[in-house]
Design a protein around this ligand. Structure first.
Ligand SMILES: Cc1cc2nc3c(=O)[nH]c(=O)nc-3n(C[C@H](O)[C@H](O)[C@H](O)COP(=O)(O)O)c2cc1C
Length: 209
């Protein structure tokens, strides 16, 4: 299993050019979505939401807001990770209630944990909270990349876009969200030379202290 997983990680690369004739199946998109939803997050709060976009007209607009990077139009679907702009007591309470319902516990049994979470963020400024929320979205990006590789679906993690334009195009601000990071997915173009480039990574002795 672990060997196979390393093979998957070696197979994947940040895809620069996708085959425009190939679409990721609905079943595989469902698996990728589930991988994101199963991602670990701090306290389990999942402080981000994800849009999965395959509308060609919208993808063209996103390309213009992404340094004209072709992956936006050529890929099958674009995953947009949008992190929350805040973290409120109400949001934490919803989470505590969901936990109680799913685990068949009374709310009161978990309210202490809820208070602990609320206290831990009480003295944090909005900048910290937004950075914290954004980091959780990046963990999910990592899960998506790994899950896609296992399914032999190509992807390109991307920060090369204008979040303000994304927020506008996708109506994210009204939802209390901002675009954090994106990942077009699909199938590599046979013509993408990047797939043949050797991976550039630190020697393990340098990475591990
Ligand atoms: C957070 C993040 C943002 C990135 N942004 C872009 C991007 O905007 N455009 C792009 O072509 N590649 C982007 N990359 C891809 C990286 O350049 C690539 O992952 C890195 O060079 C390692 O190569 P590999 O993923 O092919 O192994 C990004 C990667 C990450 C993790």
């Amino acid at each position: 299993m672990s060997h196979h997983f390393i093979e998957s990680l070696k197979w994947r690369y940040a895809t620069k050019s996708f085959d425009t004739d190939k679409k990721v199946s609905a079943e595989d998109i469902a698996s990728l979505k589930e991988s994101i939803n199963l991602t670990a997050t701090s306290f389990g709060l999942q402080p981000f939401r994800v849009m999965v976009i395959d509308d060609p007209a919208l993808k063209t607009k996103l390309r213009a807001a992404s340094w004209d990077q072709p992956q936006l139009e050529e890929s099958s679907h674009v995953f947009v990770f949008a992190s929350k702009l805040d973290m409120t007591a109400e949001y934490i309470d919803d989470y505590v209630r969901r936990t109680a319902a799913i685990r068949g516990l009374p709310y009161e049994a978990l309210s202490g944990y809820g208070d602990f979470m609320k206290n831990s963020i009480a003295d944090k400024d909005p900048e910290f909270i937004q950075g914290w929320n954004r980091r959780q979205a990046y963990i999910a990006l990592g899960t998506l990349m790994a899950a896609a590789a296992e399914l032999r679906i190509d992807a390109c993690p991307m920060e090369g876009f204008d979040p303000a334009q994304y927020d506008e195009l996708l109506g994210l601000k009204e939802k209390g969200l901002t675009a954090a990071v994106i990942a077009p997915v699909g199938y590599r173009s046979a013509e993408d030379p990047t797939q043949h480039a050797a991976k550039v990574r630190l020697p393990l002795e340098e990475m591990f202290l």
